[in-house]
Write a protein that binds this ligand. Sequence first.
Ligand code: ACO
Ligand code: ZN
Length: 166
Amino acid sequence: MQVALRDIGNCVIRRCDPSDIIPVMEINMKTLPEHYSDYFYESLLAELPEAFLVAEAEKKLIGYIMCKIEYGFSNFKKLGFVKKGHVVSIAVLPEHRQKGIGRALVEEAISGVKLKRSDELYLEVRCSNNEAIKLYEKLGFIIKQRLKAYYRDGEDAYLMTIEFSY
Ligand code: ACO
Ligand code: ZN
């Protein structure tokens, strides 16, 4: 059993357990066109449990966020290799949106990647996904680049990123 990181009304944000992966995959299937293998979810959980989080209400999962750590060129500095967190996927079930759960998931994932001393956190988001873009901008992410035809259906993505200081 994982400890609650935060309560929002009757919903708690906590780390993901291995037994949560199937319900997380079900939320992903219902909410996003990008899907992954069970092995991929398991490997993200094994590598970065600090930033693989779920939202639970009335004993059911209603949202998740999962991230990984990468080493690469900074999106902010011209030179140098940095440790970057990458938000791979986040979703909240439609009937539970606009109650602050998405925001809490991103804020707690930021804390999680900061525990690993990441220099930055980045993500890609569909240019048409206004709700998500608004949420990320509220939390301090900025649009750094437009990635042409990033998605399988040809839609462009924005690369959004936030820099941390310690
Ligand atoms: N219209 C405008 N702004 C919105 C909306 C909306 N419908 N929903 C959220 N926002 C913005 C607002 O700025 C809001 O702040 P406010 O409440 O102070 O106005 C802020 O986001 C936070 O809202 P939350 O209630 O915390 O967000 P929610 O729980 O609804 O989750 C999410 C947002 C995760 C984007 C949700 O809409 C969702 O699951 N969408 C489908 C899946 C998806 O698109 N995921 C992101 C893909 S990109 C990636 O995974 C890296
Ligand atoms: Zn990505």
